[in-house]
Ligand binder design. Structure first.
Ligand code: PLP
Length: 390
C-alpha cells in the first residue's frame, strides 16, 4: 500500500503569522515598550476601527466571546427567571453565557439546511417568561433575522447576536453588526479575526447600552474606585488589541479566500453522498467552518485522517444533551431531532485563508476517493488512489 505523507491541518495559524511576521512583531514590541497593558490608546483605537468595520457606532472590547454574550445579556437587563431562546446546535458558550448572566437558556431545534435556529420552532418556544434570543450566525453564515425580528416585535424580545464565527459576514450588503443591536464577537485565535490569546467585543449603536457595557466590564465602575453595580473584570488587553489591529485590514481578503476555497470544495461535492452547504448569493458567508453532512460521517472522518487530513465536528453533542444542561433539566434525547441528527452527520473540513490550491485539490481528491470507495470495507485492505499517495 502506498504511504501517505501529506498532512493538511484543520487550521494553520503558523501560516498566517509567517505572512504578518514583521508587522506583527513590531506591533507587539510597541506595546511592550509603552508598558500600557490594560486599556489605553491601542485598545481604544481597535474599538474604533472594529466598530467602523462592522458598521456600528460603538465597540466595547472584553476578555472573550463568552463574556461578550454574558455582558450583553446583563446590559440588556436579563437575569434570574428570564428565558432566552438559544439554538440547540451551537458552541456551548452560546448557552453558557446566558446561564452565567443568571437567565435560563431554552433550546430551540435548528433548520436542516442553514443549521440555524428554526424561526417556526422559536415562535412555539415563547412563553410569558421569554425575554430574549441568541441569534448565532453559525459557521460564518449570516442568519436571516427577518422572521426573528417579527417574533421579537410581537413579544417584545431582545435579540443578542452571537457573531463569534462570523466576523465580516454580511447579508444584502449589510455587514453583521450594522443593525446596531447587541452583537457579540470572539477573537479566539482560530476565529476569522483571531487574537493571540483570548479576546472579545460587543458592538452596538445604542449609547446607553455602550455605557452599561463599559461599566460592567470594569468591575461595575464608571470612574476610578466608584462602583455603581457589581460587574465583572472582563477587558480586552492591549497586546491582543495590537494583534487585532494588524489583522483587521486583512480580514476582508481572508474571508474572500475562505469563500473561494469553499466554493471549489462544495462544487466538487455537488450531487454526491457528501452534502455540501449551499453558498447563498445574498449572504456573504465567511466560512469560519466548512461543514458537510454525510450519513457515514465517522467513516469519512477516519478516511480523511488516514489521508492526512484533519477534520472537526461542530458540534458532537447538541446543547440540550450536554451533561451540564441535562443536570439543569433540559429535555432529553429526541426533543430536538434535527440538531440530534446533525450531531451524528456533520463534519468540518479544513478551512483557512492560506490553504493552497494544491491542498484544496488534495482534499477534493480524498473526498472523491471516499465517495467512490464508500462501499468497500475500510480501512482493512484499502489502497489509496495514485493521486493521494506520494
Ligand atoms: C458560536 C460561539 N459562541 C461563543 C463563543 C465563545 O467565544 P470565546 O471562546 O472567545 O469565549 C464561541 C467560541 O468558540 C463560538 O464559536
Amino acid at each position: 500500500m502506498a504511504e501517505i505523507t501529506t498532512r493538511i491541518p484543520f487550521v494553520d495559524l503558523k501560516a498566517q503569522y509567517s505572512n504578518l511576521r514583521d508587522e506583527m512583531n513590531a506591533a507587539v514590541l510597541e506595546v511592550l515598550e509603552t508598558a500600557c497593558f490594560i486599556g489605553g490608546p491601542i485598545v481604544e483605537r481597535f474599538e474604533q476601527e472594529f466598530a467602523a468595520y462592522v458598521g456600528a457606532k460603538y465597540c466595547v472590547g472584553v476578555a472573550n466571546g463568552t463574556d461578550a454574550i454574558s455582558l450583553a445579556a446583563k446590559a440588556a437587563g436579563l437575569g434570574r427567571g428570564d428565558e432566552v431562546l438559544v439554538p440547540a446546535n451551537s458552541f456551548f458558550a452560546s448557552a453558557e453565557a446566558i446561564s452565567n448572566a443568571g437567565a435560563t437558556p431554552v433550546f430551540v431545534d435548528v433548520d436542516p439546511v442553514t443549521f440555524h435556529m428554526d424561526p417556526g420552532l422559536a415562535a412555539e418556544a415563547v412563553t410569558e417568561r421569554t425575554r430574549a434570543m441568541v441569534a448565532v450566525h453559525l459557521y460564518g453564515r449570516v442568519m436571516n433575522l427577518k422572521p426573528f425580528e417579527k417574533l421579537a416585535a410581537k413579544h417584545n424580545l431582545i435579540i443578542i447576536e452571537d457573531c463569534a464565527q462570523a466576523h465580516g459576514a454580511s447579508i444584502d450588503g449589510n455587514p453583521i453588526g450594522a443593525s446596531g443591536r447587541l452583537t457579540c464577537f470572539s477573537f479566539y485565535p482560530a476565529k476569522n479575526l483571531g487574537a493571540y490569546g483570548d479576546g472579545g467585543a460587543v458592538t452596538t449603536s445604542d449609547p446607553e447600552l455602550m455605557q452599561r457595557l463599559r461599566v460592567l466590564r470594569e468591575h461595575g465602575s464608571p470612574a476610578r474606585y466608584v462602583h455603581s453595580t457589581v460587574g465583572w473584570n472582563s477587558r480586552l488587553d492591549s497586546l491582543q488589541a495590537a494583534v487585532l489591529l494588524v489583522k483587521l485590514p486583512h480580514l476582508h481578503g481572508w474571508n474572500r479566500s475562505r469563500r473561494e476555497h469553499a466554493t471549489k470544495l462544495c462544487a466538487a461535492l455537488e450531487g454526491s453522498a457528501i452534502l455540501a452547504p449551499a453558498i447563498p448569493e445574498r449572504n456573504q458567508h465567511v466560512f469560519h467552518l466548512l461543514v458537510v453532512r454525510c450519513s457515514e460521517r465517522d467513516e469519512l472522518k477516519r478516511f480523511l485522517h488516514q489521508a492526512g487530513i484533519e477534520t472537526g465536528i461542530h458540534y458532537p453533542v447538541p446543547l440540550h444533551l450536554t451533561e451540564a444542561y441535562q443536570s439543569l433539566g433540559a429535555p432529553g434525547r429526541g426533543a430536538k431531532p434535527i440538531a440530534e441528527t446533525l450531531a451524528s452527520e456533520i463534519l468540518s473540513l479544513p478551512m483557512y485563508a492560506e490553504m493552497s490550491e494544491q491542498q484544496i485539490v488534495y482534499v477534493i481528491d480524498a473526498l472523491r476517493a471516499f465517495i467512490e470507495h464508500r462501499h468497500l470495507s475500510f480501512p482493512a485492505e484499502f489502497a489509496w488512489p495514485e493521486t493521494l499517495a506520494n
